[in-house]
Ligand binder design. Structure first.
Ligand code: PMP
Length: 384
């Protein structure tokens, strides 16, 4: 059975270009970039060329991009790193209620340490406005962190505009964005920000590689201390094959970003039409959501039941966010947006990318109709 992966949260196929770069690195460039011999220098060249390529796509200087294990680490580093470095200046942080847990959990910990966090609730279009952010700011606001694209609904946040508004109000407030779901798909906002987190596997790179941009002059205490790698911001031997794969994936995603985006948008449009033809399918993603993300509910069929049924047909999708799903917790994003429980519990998310084909969408449409037809009467009977 042919497998279709529409689950960008967890199961993203590795792009052929990235696979080739990883393989080549494992076979030929296995040196440690910190070593002074020839093999070490060859690995360092791979590392620095990857840094150059990714920084260029991001629109930031190469020296301000630090590699790490992924966006969870990047987000943890910037939250703790900035909070602890600027503690003397203030203890207030502004964020949104719909951030990824890798932003929210460090912030909850910082609350325990005495920091005050303002969690903005997005408006009905699911975004937050510059006005909302500025109204929440105080004289002691040291950090504002707003994601670029929400991973559950696909809502796009105007982060470059938010950053300019924050800076106009207080030049020394640090502005960060979790760019995991936007990088490589949308125009990079990084040049307007002080910090930006990205992850390789969301754009068809290998898992376990990511990067954090930190503007020169911004103080950020390292989370991992040791041999002083990555200019002292992140100790630990760099994951050269992962980073090389990351750079290859970024360059493949950037080769014709606008054309790919338009194609994904058209495929998502087809999937939306399929939803229109399914009685009671409720689209949760807002108009203007990123092309690759479509959150839909099929009440009263529980999201996990739907995911399992589609999986039997070889189609991989996810419920809410994969991280929340594995903990069997209701989506904090859909809850914050005020959706009814019956819609949250029945939510499923389809993630499309430049690697998705029209044939895959047709297959998903067919499988979806069959699954809903089969499951709805059962769910109605059980839940009555
Ligand atoms: N932020 C967002 C918005 C995400 O979607 C994810 C991954 N689901 C992460 C952070 C964490 O990234 P990683 O898997 O690289 O740790």
């Amino acid at each position: 059975m042919q497998s279709v992966y529409l689950d960008n949260n967890a199961t993203t196929p590795v792009a052929p270009e990235a696979l080739e770069a990883v393989r080549e690195c494992l076979e030929t460039t296995f040196g440690n970039p910190s070593s002074l011999h020839r093999a070490g220098l060859a690995a360092e060249r791979v590392l620095e060329s990857a840094r150059e390529q990714i920084a260029q796509r991001m629109g930031v200087p190469k020296a301000e991009l630090y590699f790490c294990s992924g966006a969870t680490e990047a987000n943890n580093t910037i939250m703790y790193g900035v909070a602890h470095a600027y503690r003397g200046r203030g203890s207030h942080i502004v964020t949104t209620a719909v951030e990824h847990p890798s932003v929210l959990e460090p912030l909850r910990q910082l609350e325990q340490e005495g920091f005050t966090i303002s969690y903005l609730v997005p408006h009905p279009g699911y975004g937050v406005t510059a006005g909302q952010v500025c109204d929440a700011m105080r004289a002691d606001t040291i950090l504002v962190s707003v994601m670029q694209v929400n991973n559950e609904t696909g809502a796009v946040f105007p982060v470059a505009e938010l950053a300019r508004a924050v800076k106009a109000r207080r030049r020394d407030t640090i502005v960060h964005s979790d760019g995991v779901q936007g990088f490589g798909k949308l125009v990079s906002p990084a040049a307007d920000l002080d910090a930006y987190s990205v992850s390789a596997h969301k754009l068809h790179g290998p898992k376990g590689a990511g990067a954090l941009y930190v503007r020169a002059g911004v103080r950020c205490r390292p989370l991992l201390r040791g041999g002083g790698h990555e200019s002292g911001l992140r100790a630990g031997t760099e994951n050269i094959p992962g980073i090389a794969g990351f750079a290859a994936a970024v360059s493949a995603a950037g080769a014709d970003r606008e054309r790919d985006y338009a194609r994904v948008e058209a495929l998502r449009g087809e999937l939306l039409q399929v939803m229109d033809s399914i009685p009671e399918a409720v689209v949760l993603s807002p108009p203007g959501a990123v092309a690759g993300t479509l959150a839909v509910s099929f009440p009263p069929i529980p999201g996990e039941v739907m995911v399992n049924a589609l999986s039997e047909f070889g189609v991989s999708v996810s419920t809410g966010s994969a991280c929340a799903a594995s903990r069997n917790k209701r989506s904090h994003v859909l809850e914050a947006l005020g959706f009814e429980r019956r819609l949250i519990d029945a939510s499923v998310r389809f993630s499309l990318s430049r690697m998705t084909t029209a044939e895959e969408i047709s297959r998903v449409a067919e499988v979806l109709r069959q699954a809903v037809k089969r499951l709805r009467p059962v769910a109605e009977r059980v839940l009555r």
